[in-house]
Design a binder for this molecule. Structure first.
Ligand code: UT7
Length: 313
């Protein structure tokens, strides 16, 4: 029997309607469009309505991923939701989502790895599929960071946004596959970026900035090595959209031309666990990805956590 492969079979995205621009922020914060643009690359972000929870914005993204995959919710064996802004402490956002989708009692759980959550989730889906345990897994990154932002803190309020991205990963005997993954953490740096239960997010930006570049570079190189390919083989690098300066610095350190590194941070800001699946979706919709392309995903976030995945689309 041929080896089981884990194929990304469908992608979906959903972003809330409300747009918050830098000039909107200027009205209630001591900040400027110029500062935000030059320091972060962000021009606007999406903000969920107060009643909109992580599972609400995940639902259309998941439905689209399922429809693009041509898979019925009934055939989903597991739902993995990466989020730091769950609907409730429990039940998991994944349970709410699976119910809203009308799935047939899949394994469902939330994964807490901050901005690296989607990488962790995709890697887990790969392992479940390759073990033969499951055939179709929905992996979602969904965040409503606007609900844990301290809107008086200009150093974080200008950065984050809301959104959701989803993929269906399926067992396949074709060519597409998740080739390697690297997942790391270091809890000793927890104070760089954290959110106590029931409180607001706190970040030591400059410290996080430096660690982000180094960790994503190391994880990316390791993932490439494990996959047995080089950066030259990669069609597109899709990094976590934390800050355009982080993305540019990563590209420079890895000697990557800018056109090989995808970014949409200017329109969505940092959507934490949702940023990679949203960027993946946009890159695909913009025609930047074809079936069979090698793609490198890399992320970094609170925990600290970081990681990278190399896949054949
Ligand atoms: O997604 C998870 C991982 N998160 C990240 O990777 C975020 C990483 N960090 C960053 O993206 C950047 O560190 C920030 C964008 C958060 C900050 O940029 P920075 O260039 O590191 O600025 P800074 O924190 O060193 O602050 C520089 C100055 C300070 O003023 P003084 O002390 O020099 O007078 C800040 O008070 O900029 C000030 N500042 C602002 N000014 C206008 C901070 N936020 C703002 C603001 N508008 N929104």
């Amino acid at each position: 029997m041929a080896d089981i492969k884990a194929e990304i079979r469908g992608l979906g995205k959903h972003i809330p309607e409300r747009i918050l621009t830098n000039s909107d922020l200027e009205k209630f914060l001591d900040t400027s469009d110029e500062w935000i643009t030059t320091r972060t690359g962000i021009k606007q972000r999406r903000i969920a309505e107060e009643w909109e929870k992580a599972s609400d914005i995940a639902l259309p993204a998941a439905e689209e991923a399922l429809s693009n995959a041509g898979i019925s919710p009934k055939d989903i064996d597991a739902v993995i939701v990466a989020t730091s802004t769950p609907d409730m402490t429990f039940p998991s956002t994944a349970c709410f989502l699976a119910d809203k989708l009308n799935c047939s009692k899949p394994m469902a759980f939330d994964l807490s790895a901050a901005c690296s959550g989607f990488i962790y989730g995709l890697s887990m889906a790969d392992a479940f599929i390759k073990s033969g345990q499951y055939k179709n897994i929905l992996v979602v990154g969904t965040e409503v960071f606007s609900q844990i932002i301290d809107w008086n803190d200009r150093s974080t309020a200008v950065i984050f946004g809301d959104g959701a991205g989803a993929v269906v990963v399926s067992a396949s005997e074709g060519d597409s596959d998740i080739l390697s993954s690297v997942m790391k953490s270091d809890g000793s740096h927890w104070g760089s970026l954290y959110c106590p239960v029931g409180e607001k997010l706190r970040m030591r930006g400059r410290e996080t900035f430096k660690l982000a570049i180094k960790s994503m570079e190391t994880a990316s190189k390791k993932a490439l090595q494990k996959a047995g390919i080089t950066l030259n083989d990669i069609k597109l690098v899709i990094p976590h959209q934390a800050n355009i300066r982080i993305i540019n610095a990563l590209a420079e350190r890895m000697d990557l031309p800018n056109e090989k590194v995808y970014s949409n941070i200017h329109i969505y800001g940092n959507t934490s666990a949702a940023s990679i699946p949203i960027a993946f979706y946009d890159a695909w919709k913009e025609g930047k990805l074809d079936k069979g392309d090698y793609i490198l995903l890399t992320a970094f976030g609170g925990g600290l956590t970081w990681g990278a995945i190399v896949l054949k689309f």
